[in-house]
Design a protein around this ligand. Structure first.
Ligand SMILES: [Zn+2]
Length: 193
């Protein structure tokens, strides 16, 4: 970092450099943009950053992102609560929801998941009202392992367990799958054996 910048400007550039996909040049451009921006506008950005760190928590029911005790999906009366879709992270909820093909509720596993890394299937509480659990973990080794691990623990409950159809190319992630492929995978879901 050059000494031509003030300490404060340096700090801002440094923080921007930590963001994904932002190199030193872009970081510098962003910092100067903020410097020149209307004070109110810059403060709104600062507030928005503060808010995502202080207002967002995990839904107590499904562990999705929420601003209240429960997320918008869990509190939506039109949702079919007898269907639970298991995903790895909140970003997957967003990708699936963008297809418009889901009327179920979710269970977000969160964090790093590998079958042997302390995932507790007991966290996934299945009551008698649940008719179907849909495994929407990523179609890669970790995701497949997780789906099998959870389903083996749910077998005793007798609940129907399905997975998204294999239209999803192996090794890809739900986050990066196209909407069309995702909705096909949702409607074409198959029993998980
Ligand atoms: Zn929820």
């Amino acid at each position: 970092m050059t000494t031509a910048y003030t300490q404060t400007l340096n700090s801002l550039i440094e923080e921007f450099t930590k963001l994904p996909g932002v190199g030193p040049k872009s970081a510098q451009r962003l910092a100067f943009y903020i410097l020149k921006a209307d004070t109110k506008e810059a403060m709104r950005l600062a507030e928005a950053i503060k808010d995502v760190k202080t207002k967002i928590k995990r839904c107590k029911t499904c562990y999705n992102l929420a601003e209240n005790d429960e997320c918008n999906i869990c509190t939506d009366p039109r949702r079919d609560k007898s269907m639970i879709c298991v995903v790895e992270q909140p970003k997957d909820v967003i990708s699936l929801e963008q297809t418009g093909a889901c009327k179920w509720v979710y269970h977000v596993l969160g964090g790093h998941i590998a079958p042997l890394e302390g995932l507790e299937p007991g966290d996934l509480t299945i009551d008698k009202l649940v008719s179907e659990v849909i495994m929407a973990t990523n179609p890669n080794m970790a995701g497949d392992g997780t789906a099998l691990y959870i389903s083996s623990h749910l077998k005793a409950t007798g609940v129907k367990i399905t997975r998204l159809a294999r239209g999803l190319p192996s090794g890809t992630t739900i986050e990066y799958a196209s909407g069309k492929i995702l909705s096909d995978a949702i409607t074409g879901r198959v029993p998980l054996e």
